[in-house]
Design a protein around this ligand. Structure first.
Ligand code: SER
Length: 313
């Protein structure tokens, strides 16, 4: 039987591309996109859409019943930089939306959940290089606290109520179709836009700030592969470390200069530097590789080529 999918937060950076790919794979009509606002024209034209607030349980339940939804991808969230400015709103959105979908699954109204965690679950006391799956976490940001709590609740609902919830800790995500908003890793997307428009970029992180990053195609593939894996392979029910590449703003600038030799970068670190400094520099994702076969395919230079080619069009 064909499964039906609901995406909450379908108009964001990840949600948009996930919607396209899930529709490619399973058919437009079986994937319902939803968000608190409408998305871009091509997203809106690509299949069913519902205006939906992810913090409203009854509203989600109505849509789940109406479309007989089996799987929910919860992509609505407030990211790290914005969350520092609005701690209460961030906690409310990030936690209540998760409880809503976990409770729908507990009530057997849906059968599977994807919920993204982040490298932000780690904190200043975590080993920075090759950060293991299991390490001291102690996140020091509002966003990281919400993600770590979310991970604990996912595992709890799995162990206690048998909820099939699956998750990865995304690194910073680089994409050209939809801009990120309010994140600390957003520089790695803005830089390509400004390299093409202005030939220069002022970076809000220092030149040596090394962070784990990933090209969006890899992130979407990881998400879909995780969701398609047989249940018995998914032994981590909090969230899997997921790695691909790590680089500094300076290294990214050099990668761009191989295409745009005159490109100039300057550094003006702001409050986001403290957030970035609390996160890992690189990630050990061997459990994801071993348990469900994860393997990244884009490195920094391939990402740069893809970004510049697509943004030029
Ligand atoms: N990319 C996110 C952020 O910067 C982290 O998950 O907030």
């Amino acid at each position: 039987m064909q499964k039906t999918i609901l995406i909450l937060g379908a108009c964001g950076q990840i949600g948009t591309e996930l919607t396209y790919e899930l529709r490619n794979k399973y058919g437009s009509e079986t994937v319902v996109a939803s968000d608190i606002r409408e998305g871009n024209d091509s997203l809106m034209a690509s299949g069913p859409f519902e205006l939906l607030d992810a913090t409203n349980y009854e509203a989600i339940e109505d849509v789940v019943m109406h479309y007989e939804i089996d799987e929910v991808y919860l992509m609505a969230a407030m990211l790290s930089a914005t969350a520092e400015k609005f701690p209460n709103r961030a906690w409310n959105l990030n936690m209540n939306s998760l409880f809503n979908v976990l409770n729908l699954a507990k009530e057997k109204k849906i059968s599977k959940i994807f919920w993204p965690s982040s490298i932000a679950v780690f904190g200043p006391n975590t080993p920075k290089e090759n950060t293991p799956q299991h390490a001291i976490m102690e996140p020091s940001t509002v966003y990281g606290i919400s993600k770590q709590s979310g991970e604990r609740w996912c595992e709890y609902y799995n162990k206690k109520y048998g909820v099939d919830v699956r998750s990865v800790r995304y690194p910073g995500l680089i994409s050209w179709k939809t801009m990120p908003g309010g994140g600390t890793t957003d520089y790695a997307v803005e830089i390509y836009h400004e390299a093409l428009e202005k030939g220069a970029y002022q970076c809000f992180l220092g030149k040596d700030t090394k962070l784990p990053m990933m090209y969006m195609d890899d992130a979407i593939r990881a998400t879909m592969e995780l969701m398609e894996s047989p249940t018995e392979k998914i032994q981590v029910r909090s969230s899997y470390n997921l790695g691909s590449m790590s680089f500094t703003p300076q290294e990214m600038a050099e990668s761009i200069q191989r295409h745009i030799p005159d490109f100039e970068i300057t550094y003006e670190p702001d409050f986001r530097q403290t957030i970035a400094d609390s996160w890992p520099s690189s990630i050990d994702d061997s459990l994801a590789r071993k348990q469900w076969g994860w393997k990244p395919s884009f490195n920094l230079d391939q990402t740069t080529s893809e970004m510049l080619d697509n943004l030029k069009k």
